[in-house]
Design a protein around this ligand. Structure first.
Ligand SMILES: [Fe+2]
Length: 313
């Protein structure tokens, strides 16, 4: 093996740390297969010790699938280059939240899957820091596959065939399900306001609450708190009860991995399984990351007209 694998946290089954990967081996078919299988098995892979540059990040991403452009062109910035998307927080712009009596935070995000508000969810991505804040700025990961295993049997049976309706919403503090207690949006970034003006381009979609990982037959609790509106075909009370029970199991920070970034880290996750979040940074500091997007379609998302009933309820 041309790389070393260890655990991210001793008591967590998901996640892997890869070190000693010779960058020249990224082109080797056997290495590529071993890395791909590790990703499918573990869900999150932290690469440490690779050359800290965009070309390596892109080459590594292509091990796991074809590159994808973000489907929302208006969400990408003008300085987006090819396969790398810039994710900035600077004090002059960017969302700012406050949680309870805590300090103002930039670069904070609630638990979510990327692009769950469209029918074709990308398979994953790799994040790499360009400029890190002096403090804070961890990225949280929770495994929906392990969370499924923690569900009570009666709830597993109840949710087996259900679909959840999603609709884009730029308000990171206004979640219907899984809202962080005490969170208040102090400022919405101007580009999010632009997106909200174009919501008609993003009609509601539905995704199954449970799906089976093709390669392994393992079931995944497939739920993104951010962007979720409710359960298709159910009224508000029934949605609230079921998704409340689901959230109690899924969003359990004892079972989360929080990645504290170091320069040169590249973190890969499986977006069909791993919900992620950002813990935020002091609002006066800066953060700049670059992300690749790995294409794919698990084939289970579709448009949904149920959002109207949920919104009226
Ligand atoms: Fe994300």
């Amino acid at each position: 093996m041309v790389f070393t694998v260890s655990r991210l946290r001793e008591d967590l089954e998901f996640g892997a740390l890869v070190t000693d990967l010779d960058p020249a081996a990224i082109g080797d078919p056997a290495t590529r297969k071993a890395l791909y299988d590790l990703w499918i098995d573990k869900g999150v892979v932290v690469f440490r010790g690779l050359p800290d540059d965009g070309d390596t990040q892109i080459a590594l991403s292509r091990v796991f699938g074809k590159p994808a452009r973000h489907p929302l062109k208006f969400a990408a910035r003008a300085d987006t280059v090819d396969e790398l998307v810039d994710i900035y927080y600077v004090p002059e712009r960017g969302d700012i939240v406050r949680i309870g009596d805590g300090p103002s935070l930039g670069a904070w995000l609630p638990w979510h899957f990327d692009l769950v508000y469209v029918d074709r969810i990308n398979h994953g991505g790799i994040l790499r820091p360009i400029e890190l804040p002096a403090t804070g700025g961890a990225t949280g990961f929770i495994d929906g596959l392990e969370a499924y295993g923690r569900l009570p049997d009666a709830l597993k049976a109840e949710i087996e065939d259900l679909y959840v309706v999603y609709h884009f919403d730029a308000d990171i503090a206004g979640l219907r399900y899984g809202k962080t207690p005490g969170v208040v949006l102090e400022r919405m970034n101007p580009s999010a306001v632009t997106v909200m003006d174009r919501l008609a381009e993003l009609p509601p979609v539905a995704h199954p609450l449970v799906f089976t990982q093709e390669e392994t037959g393992r079931k995944v609790l497939n739920f993104s708190p951010w962007f979720s509106l409710g359960i298709e075909g159910m009224d508000r009370a029934a949605s609230d009860r079921i998704l409340g029970e689901v959230l109690n199991v899924l969003i359990d920070e004892d079972n989360a991995y929080f990645h504290e970034w170091r320069p040169g880290d590249m973190v890969l996750w499986d977006n069909w399984r791993i919900v992620h979040s950002a813990t935020g940074i002091p609002a006066e500091q800066r953060r700049h990351m670059q992300r690749t997007t790995i294409e794919g379609d698990y084939g289970l998302g579709r448009p949904s007209t149920w959002a109207e009933q949920l919104e009226q309820a």
